[in-house]
Design a binder for this molecule. Structure first.
Ligand SMILES: [Zn+2]
Length: 232
């Protein structure tokens, strides 16, 4: 039998049957090899992956892999950390691997500004509700690379990204909210206070408004004093 390519990501080898795609999976239109009846190891693994996760309060919960943002370097998993399978004493649910080191928004900000040595795959989950990893794109150049933001491929030119992030975070530091910056609908009393520094910054945001690039910048941006905000 010829080695097939993966129905979802089109990589080879693809030793698993396509029937392992769960019925709840809805992104069939994104499948990269529509004719194929096979799945690769990674897609078959991630589609059914659920993990135990220990929250900061010590309680354990079950997280589906849909919730994760991912960093892979040279086809090796770097983030998050997925440990050996465990059953948690006193918790029903089953035996699952333990996930830790989930990417925070601040971590992802770091990936964008200082990408690892290529080839790498960055996947940024926005809603946490979609199977994203099968549709990962590979970055080949640290200065200009593609990543997957939810279901969209976004191209990052690092100098442009750095500039846009700086402008965005300067607006945050002036006291404007992400909603104000994203929509351009600024509140009058805040504008009145910061009109002079605001305008040259706003002028540079305007051409990007509505783009996925600006939405990604908005997703990872933080105020100077709270740069380490985690996923909310
Ligand atoms: Zn695959």
């Amino acid at each position: 039998m010829p080695s097939a390519e993966c129905y979802l990501c089109a990589r080879r080898p693809a030793p698993h049957p396509r029937s392992q795609v769960p019925e709840t999976f809805t992104a069939h239109a994104f499948a990269r090899s529509q004719e194929s009846d096979s799945l690769c190891e990674r897609c078959a693994w991630v589609l059914k992956l659920r993990c135990w996760y220990q929250k900061t309060d010590g309680n354990w919960s079950i997280l589906f892999a849909r919730a994760f943002s991912w960093l892979w370097v040279n086809s090796q998993l770097v983030v998050p950390t997925i440990g050996p399978e465990l059953s948690i004493a006193g918790k029903r649910g089953g035996t699952f691997p333990v996930v830790s080191n989930l990417a925070t928004r601040s971590d992802i900000r770091g990936w964008l500004l200082e990408p690892p040595t290529p080839p790498f795959e960055m996947v940024v989950a926005q809603s946490g509700q979609k199977h994203t990893l099968p549709f990962a794109v590979t970055g080949w150049d640290r200065e200009y690379f593609a990543l997957l933001f939810e279901m969209d491929t976004v191209w990052i030119r690092k100098t442009q990204l750095r500039g846009l992030l700086e402008i965005y975070e300067s607006l945050l530091d002036l006291g404007f909210s992400k909603t104000e910056i994203d929509t351009g609908e600024y509140r009058g009393e805040r504008l009145a206070k910061s009109l002079t520094p605001w305008w040259p910054l706003e002028e540079k945001i305007v051409p990007y408004r509505g783009s996925r690039l600006l939405e990604l910048v908005s997703f990872v941006a933080g105020r100077s004093i709270t740069k380490d905000t985690t996923n909310a």
